[in-house]
Structures are given as C-alpha cells and as structure tokens.
Design a protein around this ligand. Structure first.
Ligand code: GUN
Length: 288
C-alpha cells in the first residue's frame, strides 16, 4: 500500500505551535503583520492570497492584501513597496506572482527588504541558502521549505537519496535543489530540455514535479519497483476544469511507496512555511 502524504495532520501540529508562538509575541506587544501585494485579479492568485490571509489570521497574525490595479504604473508599484519596507509595524511582505506583463521584468527579489522578505527571494536570503549556514533567521522559499517539512514529518529521509526535480523555476526547482543538497540529498535538476527524462525519473528515489502541466507524469515515468516517493507541486486544471497536479494520480498511486495528493499535499505546506517565516521575521526584529 502506498503512503498518501496528506499535509493535514502535519499542518495541524505546526499550526498549534504557531498559534502559541504568536500569542506569546502578542503578549510582548509584537503583532506579527504580513502585507500581500496583489496586482490585478488573476483567479488563481485571488484564491492563493485569500488562503494566505485566512491562515495568518487563524494563527493570530495580521494580514492585509494590498490589492493594486492591474494597470498600476511601475513608479506607483515601487512606491507602495517602499512604504511597506519602511513601515515599522509590518514584519513581512510578499509580492504575489505572476505580475502583469508590464511589471514582469522587475526583479521582485530586489524590491522587498531582506528583513521582510518572507518569500525568501531576496539575494541575501538566496545566498544564505547557497551558503548553507543553517541560520534559522534567514528565510527559505516557502514551497521548498514546505516540501522538506512534509517529508521530515512523514519520516521520509532525504540524506543520501537521489532526488530528481523536474522544473527549474526560481520559486520551486532551483531553491529546492539547493535546500535538499544542504540536507545531503543527491539532486538532479531536470527541465524541458533534459534528454532521456524518463530514464532519470525511473532511476531516482524521490521524484518532485514542479512543471505546471496537468497529469504530465504518468506510469511511464515511474520505476516498476514500487519504491519511489512522488512529490507533486503542480496546481493545474485539467480538460474538465478540475484542479489536478503534474502527476496522473490514479495511474501512479499504486506504483509508488508514497505520494502527495493534489489538493491537500504540498499546497497547504507552502502557507504554513509562509507563516513560519512571518513569525521568524517578527522575532528577528526583537533581536535587532
Ligand atoms: N505564486 C505562486 N507561488 C508563489 C509564492 O510562493 N510566492 C509568491 N510571492 N507568489 C507565488
């Protein structure tokens, strides 16, 4: 029987701790506050940002979605972020991606100051990940951090394992490769130009798919030995308009040792990581 890596129990456990931590911060007059900058009305981003706000409020933090017009000028967009960077009451700020076309050339990692960069996109936070300083004050990108937490809490060892990550984005693939390398995995970062992808995916211990293609990974990508762990980062809609992952769940579930479902697998862990980073940012401010 395959192990289904639902995030609900892990999330519940971590949420309890975050609530207690937030309460203790509030008792010390620190009111953790997150600003989520949302430009336009991309339907997926509207749902993601609403979920982030809901979870922050659940743990007792403040979260405001700063909704900006789709056509906001670059100057006004930058001004809004600068004001948040300077606001003493704000501990964390994220710019929800993707941005509209006329802003997509901007390097978001440079816009939010590193102390509030709870997305982990700032060059200093990325360097900390590269350096593997193991300083818990730094921010690790939320999806990679959530994937590692889910595996750790599910007793899935990564040290010494061969992990194949399909997808080389700045948000998931690249930082996850670094994070798992720091945890002593042997990582292959594969992508759309990789030759013999199926040979790679069939030979690894842990397969992470972060490509954004509905049901792309089917049984032909999986080893016959039924010993692989599959982590599905995809949040896609299939031909019937249903939410689905990158992995064809029904065709793969009985061929592996463990698999994350979509929804209910990696997605909720991303939000948990964001809240962890927000409370870390709030604590970091105390020690400045
Ligand atoms: N869009 C999809 N995932 C993310 C994320 O982790 N952070 C931000 N800022 N935008 C996203």
């Amino acid at each position: 029987m395959s192990q289904i890596l639902h995030s609900s129990s892990v999330k519940k456990l971590i949420t309890k701790g975050l609530k207690a931590e937030c309460k203790s911060l509030r008792e010390n007059n620190i009111f953790p506050q997150l600003k989520v900058i949302l430009v336009g009305s991309d339907p997926a981003s509207l749902i993601y940002t609403a979920n982030k706000k809901k979870y922050c409020e659940k743990i007792g933090a403040i979260c405001e979605i700063v909704a900006l017009d789709e056509k906001i000028s670059e100057a006004d967009f930058r001004k809004t972020i600068d004001q948040i960077n300077k606001d003493e009451l704000v501990h964390g700020c994220i710019i929800q991606l993707p941005l509209p076309k006329h802003l997509s050339h901007l390097d978001v990692g440079h816009l939010v100051v590193k102390e509030k960069d709870v997305d982990g996109f700032n060059p200093e936070n990325l360097y900390a990940l590269m350096r593997n300083g193991n300083d818990s004050k730094d921010f690790i990108s939320c999806t990679p951090k959530g994937i590692l937490t889910l595996m750790q809490e599910s007793q899935i060892a990564v040290a010494g394992k061969h992990v194949v990550i399909v997808g080389r984005s700045m948000i998931v693939g690249k930082p996850l490769a670094m994070l798992l390398t720091n945890h002593n995995a042997t990582v292959t970062l594969a992508h759309s130009q990789t030759e013999n992808l199926k040979t790679l995916t069939k030979s690894c211990d842990i397969l992470v798919s972060a490509i954004g293609k509905a049901n792309f990974i089917d049984e032909t990508y999986i080893s016959a030995n039924k010993n692989q762990v599959i982590i599905d980062v995809g949040m896609n809609t299939d031909a019937q308009g249903q939410l689905c992952g990158d992995v064809h769940y029904e065709r793969v579930v009985n061929l592996v040792s463990a698999i994350t479902p979509v929804p209910g697998g990696v997605g909720p862990m991303t939000i948990v990581s964001l809240a962890q980073n927000l409370l870390q940012a709030s604590k970091n401010k105390l020690s400045l």
